[in-house]
Design a binder for this molecule. Structure first.
Ligand SMILES: [Zn+2]
Length: 478
């Protein structure tokens, strides 16, 4: 990585505003936000140049990169779990910038791995760290190296400016979120001591809705669906397809799947989802506004119900969902197979009981020859409280920027590493400091030409800096 050290050195030249220590303790030093933005862009571009496509991950290289920066800034950092994470070349990173310890810590968590990229669909090399047309381009710019570098630079800015901190700032970079979540799982298992004083944690899983240059809302993820994937199998007797038999497992499986496909899961409104609908209702008029402002009541009205459930996202946050996905029977047209099976993608609401749901599903199928086996262990449920100092800090920093904007709580239908941390009792939020155009996010996240605007880099670092500052509580003057 020849460009790497050169540009870190270049970025360090920018940091020449640190006043003497005594003065700094009393009065926060002013930050040159344009310089910080430009420095952050360079740090992000270099980070994107390190290829951490998972598999295999290779996150030790990104961990070393982050550690070099933290060392230089005087923030103690450790590279962890290199022996436990497989295959070789993987790591988690942990750093802590200490405050005065009067309140509990805040953790900023991101994953260093990225999903594969198909170069032929990209207009730039996904690992070149290109900076052009006002954007930083590369796999991971949005998911989630961009957020990781915003975490890093906001923490560094707090240190450089000497803002007095009541809460330590913990910085964690994990391996392997995109496949098995082994990085976060290993970290939580092996180092609960490093997390025991952490009260709040932010990571991916909250999206600000920004469309055609207009902000609809700031979104904080307080809850996510739980994956509860099932493999369904029917056994039979293999024979020749020319002589049909009732021992063929395929029609029996198909009948079971048909019953599952026709089954409508009950609707259920969780507190965060209720708030989300109430919040967004202000953007609607007439009946729609009224329905959204009390969605539990509206779901009893057939017209309202049909309209609400026609939105695939709204439907998914109001119920446990079932998608029939994989299907396996014979691989030869003339052979009745010994076994037929299907994979089912089930996503449960945070307060649903997996055992109870499975029993319901078995009742729907009503055929004991159909066997269910769980493909993944269901993660811990995630639903974090809203009335907290940290949530209010986000609201305050958001209102500074957009006085008319509201902060709401859309539920994530996908999965993140948050449940691994939530298990320890940490209040865990999905928080994205950027205002990414919906079209950019749809194209780039796990897609092609992933990019983050330079303007957003500057916006995000400043926004997060303010959130962290406000979350220190009343003893810190803004
Ligand atoms: Zn991600």
């Amino acid at each position: 990585m020849p460009g790497l050290l050169v540009s870190i050195r270049r970025s360090l030249l920018v940091l020449v505003f640190a006043p003497c220590a005594t003065l700094r303790a009393q009065q926060p030093a002013p930050i040159d936000w344009n310089k910080l933005r430009d420095e952050t862009v360079q740090v992000l571009a270099d980070y994107l140049r390190i290829n951490t496509t998972n598999p295999p991950g290779n996150e030790l290289q990104t961990a070393l990169y982050l550690k070099r920066i933290l060392d230089r800034e005087g923030i103690p950092a450790q590279i962890l779990d290199t022996a436990e994470l497989k295959p070789a070349g993987r790591a988690n990173l942990y750093a802590r910038f200490k405050g005065n310890g009067t309140k509990k810590a805040i953790a900023l968590v991101h994953h260093m791995d990225v999903v594969p990229s198909d170069v032929k669909y990209w207009s730039v090399d996904p690992f070149a760290g290109s900076i052009k047309d006002g954007y930083v381009w590369g796999r991971g710019a949005l998911d989630m190296k961009g957020e990781g570098i915003a975490h890093l630079m906001a923490m560094i800015a707090l240190k450089r400016s000497g803002v007095p901190l009541n809460r330590d700032i913990v910085f964690i970079a994990n391996a392997d979120e995109e496949l098995d979540g082994a990085g976060a799982i290993t970290f939580v298992e092996r180092h609960p001591d490093l997390l025991k004083d952490v009260e709040y944690l932010i990571t991916e899983g909250g999206d600000n809705k920004f469309e055609n240059g207009k902000l609809a809302y700031y979104g904080v993820g307080i809850a996510e669906k739980r994956t509860f994937w099932q493999h369904v199998t029917v056994h039979g007797t293999p024979s020749h397809g020319s002589r049909p038999t009732n021992k063929n497992p395929v029609p029996r499986l198909v009948a079971a799947l048909d019953r599952i496909a026709k089954y409508e899961t009950p609707l259920h409104v969780t507190p965060g989802v209720d708030k989300y609908f109430r919040d967004i209702s202000r953007g609607y008029a007439g009946d729609e506004k009224q329905w959204l402002s009390n969605v539990s009541v509206a779901l009893n009205n057939p017209a309202a119900r049909a309209w609400i459930l026609s939105d695939v996202y709204w439907n998914a946050i109001l119920r446990n969902t079932i998608s029939l996905t994989g299907l396996h029977g014979s691989n030869k047209t003339n052979v009745i197979p010994a076994e037929a099976s299907a994979d089912i993608d089930i996503r449960l609401l945070p307060d649903a009981d997996p055992k109870e749901f499975l029993a319901t599903l078995q009742g729907v199928v009503a055929d004991t020859a159909v066997q269910f086996s769980q493909l993944l262990e269901a993660k811990a449920p995630l639903e974090s409280p809203i009335e907290t100092e940290f949530f209010h800090a986000i609201e305050r920093a958001a209102h500074d920027r957009d006085p008319n904007a509201f902060v709401t709580t859309p539920m994530l239908t996908g999965a993140t590493d948050r449940p691994s941390y939530r298990k320890l009792g940490i209040v865990t939020y999905g928080f994205d400091p950027f205002k990414v155009e919906v079209a950019d996010a749809q194209r780039g996240v796990h897609g092609n030409d992933e990019r983050l605007s330079i303007e957003n880099v500057g916006f995000g670092v400043h926004y997060l800096y303010d959130v962290l500052r406000y979350a220190q509580g009343t003893r810190v003057t803004p």
